[in-house]
Design a protein around this ligand. Structure first.
Ligand SMILES: [Zn+2]
Length: 442
């Protein structure tokens, strides 16, 4: 039994969201009790005690859509003209990076991205992976990187026809194999990854639907990210991308769609009715100049919206602020939403991930997984029941992360990793160089 006490605790639990002098007791991978500091300490007098010294304890943060392989794109060599549209961004940047990866590159880019994520307080990262030169076994190598750093995740391989039907078939096999294998894993589960409608033909989509028969899992797909995805889909298949997935019965509460910048009222309704979750990635949308998803409107219509970074770093706090500002700006109304709406976005990310596990994530309450972050947060203004959400989104900063636990195990203690992060980063640098050498020949 372990207690983290003498903390201000934001629980995200609906019955008691904030404790000004609280404690969390946990044993094994889950929380046993949350309550007032004195009361919890008296209940478990023999427990090991970590004194938070008045710091802020929150649930671990969740990045609902990311690409760990993007860790090796940081400062990559570039001698091509700047991309002029979304398709050119994929062709000149991302599809060269992922093609250059071998299995060692997959593992070490995974480790780099996960160390980066833990440093900013993330305990669950939902990854969407591609390495067309090394498909088979790639999810096992990513799983190893999660185990070595100590984070929780949902993993998938992005199926695409861009490497021919053989590549697509191989992607389907890798997903199905890992979904089955991961059912017994402690902190990982598999999903079925699809790149996007414009790189998936009818034959491949049928094969995906067939392979998923009887499988207790959902798809993770980029949907209507750019207007061109919708235009291509309508031209080639006579349907909006979301309608293509719906026609194969692929919309469910375990379905995760990223972006959804270009939904219409029909597809929005279909997603709401099926209980699909949308991962909003505002900074990526800005960077790719694909438009801004009308999230305030989507939420009013009942769509579950969570937040991801799309591999543009792992800093979900900054991403949350961008969502806030963009939501107001796109609505032309500064009162369009408040910090309480941001809490709901984080809760939606947690609700979605929890559907894949036997316990809840993203909440500090009895029986939930002990995924937590302790922040060295000492603001001049009081944190209280009525204002903790304002502190959460405007006061916290990644540099304030002190300690991180996933499933009750320390990942980071007082800024020091439990794993040998220095050796891991040394090895990652060697692999990044090799990846770049291959990349320059593509
Ligand atoms: Zn993405």
């Amino acid at each position: 039994m372990h207690i983290i006490g003498n903390a201000k605790v934001i629980t995200f639990s609906s019955d008691r969201p904030f404790l000004s002098s609280g404690a969390v007791a946990f044993e094994g991978n889950h929380i046993v009790a949350v309550g007032e500091n004195e009361e919890i300490r008296a209940s478990y007098p023999d427990a090991e005690f970590t004194d938070a010294r008045g710091g802020l304890l929150t649930p671990g943060l969740i990045n609902l859509h990311s690409h760990l392989y993007s860790a090796f794109a940081l400062g990559m060599p570039w001698d091509l003209p700047a991309p002029r549209d979304f398709d050119q961004i994929l062709e000149r940047l991302w599809w060269r990076v992922d093609q250059a990866l071998d299995l060692d590159g997959v593992y070490h880019s995974g480790v780099s991205g996960l160390l980066d994520a833990a440093r900013v307080g993330i305990t669950t990262l939902v990854d969407h992976h591609a390495s067309p030169s090394a498909i088979q076994g790639s999810l096992d190598r990513i799983a190893q990187s999660y185990d070595d750093v100590g984070l929780r995740g949902l993993l998938c391989y992005e199926i695409s026809d861009r490497n021919g039907l053989e590549g697509a078939r191989s992607g389907i096999e890798e997903n199905i194999r890992f979904v089955r294998k991961s059912e017994k894993m402690e902190k990982l589960r598999g999903m079925v990854g699809i790149h996007a409608s414009f790189t998936i033909g009818e034959e491949t989509l049928d094969a995906i639907a067939e392979a998923m028969q009887g499988l207790d899992g959902g798809i993770h797909v980029h949907a209507a990210e750019a207007a061109s995805d919708v235009e291509t889909s309508r031209k080639r298949f006579g349907k909006h991308p979301v309608e293509r997935y719906a026609s194969r019965g692929l919309l469910s509460p375990k379905t995760l769609m990223a972006h959804g910048v270009h939904l219409n009222e029909t597809t929005l309704k279909a997603m709401v009715e099926a209980g699909v979750t949308l991962a909003h990635n505002p900074n990526s949308n800005l960077n790719n100049a694909v438009g801004v998803a009308p999230i305030v409107h989507y939420r009013k219509e009942g769509l579950l919206v969570g937040l991801g970074t799309d591999g543009l770093g792992q800093d979900i706090l900054t991403e949350t602020k961008s969502a806030f500002y963009l939501g107001k700006n796109r609505s032309h109304d500064p009162s369009a939403w408040f910090t309480g709406d941001l809490v709901e976005l984080w809760k939606n990310s947690a609700r979605f991930v929890s559907r894949y596990f036997e316990r809840k994530v993203g909440v500090l309450e009895k029986d939930a997984f002990a995924d937590m972050v302790l922040w060295n947060y000492d603001p001049p203004c009081d944190i209280e029941e009525r204002n903790w959400d304002g502190h959460l989104f405007f006061g916290l900063h990644p540099r304030l992360v002190d300690s991180v636990w996933t499933a009750g195990k320390p990942v980071l203690r007082k800024g020091e990793f439990a794993c040998d992060s220095e050796r891991m980063m040394r090895e990652a640098r060697v692999e990044a160089k090799k990846t770049w050498e291959r990349l320059e020949r593509i």
